[in-house]
Design a protein around this ligand. Structure first.
Ligand SMILES: C[S@@+](CC[C@H](N)C(=O)[O-])C[C@H]1O[C@@H](n2cnc3c(N)ncnc32)[C@H](O)[C@@H]1O
Length: 377
């Protein structure tokens, strides 16, 4: 008797994906799963690595199979918290998994962000993380953080992450991980992180996380559009655990929100572009779908889609126009990022636009956390 099928299903890994990873045919995997063959030691080892469960627990010791053991509650910290994209996502994932999660620390340097976060989660985030010693942070099990992408100026000759990354906000993540040793982390960054500084930035990040801090790490470029949100927003998600794991990055998302679900019906006049701007856009472009969001790129070309291009914190005012006529309202922007309508808007339109533009798509990271948690503990 082996537990390959049972554990594979628990991990939501398809037979095809596991077979490809182990480099055996799907048919042979199926034979193993039906207890009709005993695999060689090397194949058993590969299966064990892919499933993140030791060989003996899959093939020998059936009585004490390695099931995730979660702390109760699971304590997490929300670094570079913004308006709490990770907080919502993790809460939804904990609920789905029947787990209790508790945020024990949050930090963001921006006073308007702190105001929004406090109004919605009842606690004011601590400020500048570079000024906070890791010993001041309570112990925790998971670190979440969408950190700004910065070049590491000194590298190559120096030894250790402190020398290689000092002065960047990744350094602060690394020093907190080093001191607090949580079981798991999920980090988020812009798509460009992998090409940044000719790939050097990402290389150092992975080396620090893997070689210096001893985490098992994987990463993937994901798009909010594939997670049911009508926004093309590509982000790198980096996940890590103390335990070896195999993450299947395929997600089966059935429920999709459309622009019709996002757009408000009665929109204040202040959100409309001037008649000159609207006329100029309409002279240049005709949309083939309705409703649509019109996007003007840097060279002034207009395109339109039944979804939004990525919201950006510092974008020009009319960069995105609904049906070529009006800007998105703060509520619509929050919806495009997967924030619930219960999210209280307590700052100006300008600040909310910036905050929504910086946020992480909740639906996307929720699915990642939901799948990764059982692999990480
Ligand atoms: C990309 S946003 C993260 C948004 C967040 N994931 C969300 O869902 O809203 C990065 C955040 O880092 C914050 N930040 C930048 N420098 C910081 C520092 N030194 N200490 C704490 N927060 C900082 C910014 O104010 C910004 O809100």
């Amino acid at each position: 008797m082996n537990r390959v099928k049972e554990i594979r299903k628990e991990r939501e890994i398809s037979q095809e994906t596991l077979a490809r990873y182990v480099t055996i045919s799907r048919k042979y995997l199926s034979i193993i799963e039906h207890q009709q063959a005993t695999p060689s030691i090397s194949i058993a080892m590969k299966i064990s690595k892919a499933l993140g469960v030791s060989v003996d627990k899959i093939f020998l010791d059936l009585s004490s199979a390695e099931m995730p053991i979660y702390p109760k509650p699971i304590r997490f910290i929300d670094l570079f918290c913004g308006i709490g994209g990770f907080r919502y996502a993790s809460q939804y994932a904990f609920n789905k998994l029947g787990l209790e999660g508790r945020c024990v620390f949050s930090s963001d340097i921006d006073k308007y962000v702190q105001k929004s976060y406090e109004a919605n989660f009842g606690e004011k985030p601590a400020g500048d993380i570079t000024k906070i010693d890791a010993s001041e942070i309570p112990n925790f099990d998971i670190l979440f953080g969408g950190f700004p992408c910065q070049a590491f100026s000194i590298c190559g000759l120096q030894k250790g992450f402190a020398d290689n990354t000092r002065g960047t906000l990744f350094f602060d993540i690394a020093r907190i991980l080093k001191e607090k040793q949580p079981q798991m982390f999920v980090l988020e960054n812009v798509k460009n992180l992998v090409n940044h500084d000719n790939g050097k930035t990402m290389k150092i990040i992975l080396e620090v996380l893997r070689d210096e801090l001893g985490y098992h790490v994987d990463y993937k470029l994901l798009n909010a559009l594939d997670f049911g949100l009508p926004q093309k927003r590509e982000r790198i998600i980096i996940i890590g655990s103390k335990k070896p794991f195999f993450m299947d990055w395929n997600f089966d998302v059935k429920e999709k929100k459309t622009l019709d679900n996002i757009l408000e019906k009665n929109v204040d006049k202040k959100h409309y572009a001037s008649s000159e701007i609207v006329a100029k856009r309409k002279a240049k472009h005709t949309a083939s779908v309705y409703p649509s969001i019109w996007h003007e790129n840097k060279s002034g070309n207009i395109s339109s889609y039944p979804y939004s291009c990525a919201l950006r914190a510092g974008a020009s005012y009319n960069y995105l126009l609904v049906n070529g006529e009006r800007r998105l309202t703060p509520r619509e922007m929050l919806r495009l990022q997967g924030f619930p309508d219960s999210f209280k808007i307590v700052v100006s339109d300008t600040q909310t636009r910036k905050q929504a533009g910086n946020a992480i798509p909740v639906d996307m990271v929720e699915r990642v956390i939901e799948k990764f948690l059982p692999l990480a503990f």
